[in-house]
Design a protein around this ligand. Structure first.
Ligand code: PEP
Ligand code: MG
Length: 405
């Protein structure tokens, strides 16, 4: 795989919620985003030192600098080993249960998720096996990948997301996928519904792999209409008919959910909650599309504002629609692990978080130190505030504080 000899990544443009950044974290590769195109002019073979903790890049660093970093790295490794607590059940200070799940991009992350005794997988992004190959993986190849996930996570819940391809995640081997405006193009579920055989193959592979999984959930990315959700559900039914005809074992009743990441569904959210078995809120894209800010464009990074009043109010609407319809709702975007937003989510009624395994401990730490009653008051205050400035002041006042009685 292309990442095998890579020790770090410098993105000359991009944002922290871009997929390159997400996959770099999965691969445990340090990454720095630097708006410095002169870096591209450095001769091949120039030694580079990345201090991703503070975002410094050293080209051809001196021996003294290298030694200083070696000593620091040793000290950090020792600290991580010494302070690694075990994840147990998560409850707020006032006894409310919260479910913590893991986002998985690569099978190599399952080990960490299991070591932490996570309750399940809240989001498995299936596109990475498609992106690292030179041709479309066959149904059998996909089955083997998903089967390993299901076997390793046996007895725990697993949410597999169907292909979220397109946008910045192009499959170079598919002809005619170049688009002038790819983030608004044939992305995600649109791609799957358009390439129905690719979609059916993936669905059959998932259904077969999850045949023995107690709680198998399939989520469709970038749902923009109830009709689109129904089309995706029909494809699952068709895949089941195929498998039954071939007499292959498969999961007969996976929960089918919608990723909520497009503003288009906000005004039909109550009706969508009656159709879908669950919601997964993709805050990374929801913010991008709500605020018209490319999540990978460093030049407009300052406009990517998770704390924008319309973002917070939209999140509240989505969560409350799910609560009212009595369906599960999970947040699986990057906002879900950010300390100042965790009390907001709890206060808005969310009880399931799915985060990268590296964040599980810090998210749990935050939740067990807060109380629902205080979090509710905090969320209410944030939701009442119509300005960015006012919300930032409220967030600052809570930063580092324990929301507890
Ligand atoms: C999101 O959009 O928040 C999300 C979880 O999906 P992705 O980051 O893969 O687009
Ligand atoms: Mg998304």
């Amino acid at each position: 795989m292309a990442s095998e000899d890579v020790k770090g990544i410098v993105l000359v443009s991009g944002g922290v919620t871009s997929h390159v950044a997400i996959i770099a974290r999965s691969l445990k590769l340090p990454m720095i985003i630097a708006e410095r195109s002169d870096l591209l002019k450095l001769p091949d073979g120039t030694p580079m030192l990345l201090d991703a903790d503070i975002g410094s890049i050293y080209a051809a660093p001196s021996e003294t600098i290298i030694q200083r970093f070696e000593i620091r790295n040793q000290a950090q490794k020792a600290e991580v080993r010494a302070t690694r607590p075990i994840l147990v059940q998560t409850k707020t200070r006032d006894g409310e249960s919260v479910k913590l799940l893991a986002n998985i991009n690569l099978l190599s992350e399952i080990k960490l998720a299991k070591d932490l005794n996570v309750e399940g997988i809240g989001l498995y992004r299936t596109e990475f096996p498609f992106l690292v190959r030179s041709n479309l993986p066959s149904e059998e190849e996909q089955y083997l990948v998903y089967k390993r996930l299901c076997d390793e996570m046996r007895d725990r819940e697993i949410t597999i997301r169907t292909l979220d391809i397109g946008g910045k995640k192009l499959l170079p081997y598919l002809e005619g996928t170049k688009e002038a405006n790819p983030e608004l193009g044939l992305r995600s579920i649109r791609f799957s519904l358009h390439h129905r055989e690719v979609f059916l193959q993936q669905l059959r592979a998932i259904l077969r792999a999850g045949a023995d999984t107690g709680k198998l959930k399939i989520v469709f990315p970038m749902i923009s209409a109830i009709d689109e959700f129904r089309q995706a559900r029909h494809a699952v039914e068709e895949a089941m008919v195929d498998l039954a005809r071939k007499k292959l074992p498969f999961h007969p009743s996976p929960a089918l959910g919608a990723m909520i990441e497009l503003p288009a569904v906000l005004d039909i959210i109550h009706e969508l909650a009656k159709e879908a078995d669950f919601f997964s809120i993709g805050t990374n894209d929801l913010i991008q599309y709500l605020l018209a800010v490319d999540r990978t464009n460093e030049r407009v990074a300052a406009y990517y504002q998770p704390y924008h009043p319309s973002v917070l109010r939209s999140l509240h609407r989505i969560i409350q629609a799910a609560v009212k319809a009595d369906i599960e709702v999970t947040v699986c975007g990057e906002m879900g692990h950010e300390p100042e937003f965790i009390p907001f989510f709890i206060g808005a009624g969310l009880r399931i978080f799915s985060v990268d395994p590296h964040f599980l401990r810090s998210v749990q730490e935050k939740i067990i130190n807060l109380s629902v009653s205080q979090a509710t008051a905090y969320a209410r205050a944030l939701l009442a505030e119509p300005t960015l400035e006012g919300i930032q002041a409220l967030l600052r006042s809570q930063k580092g504080r324990k929301i507890a009685d």
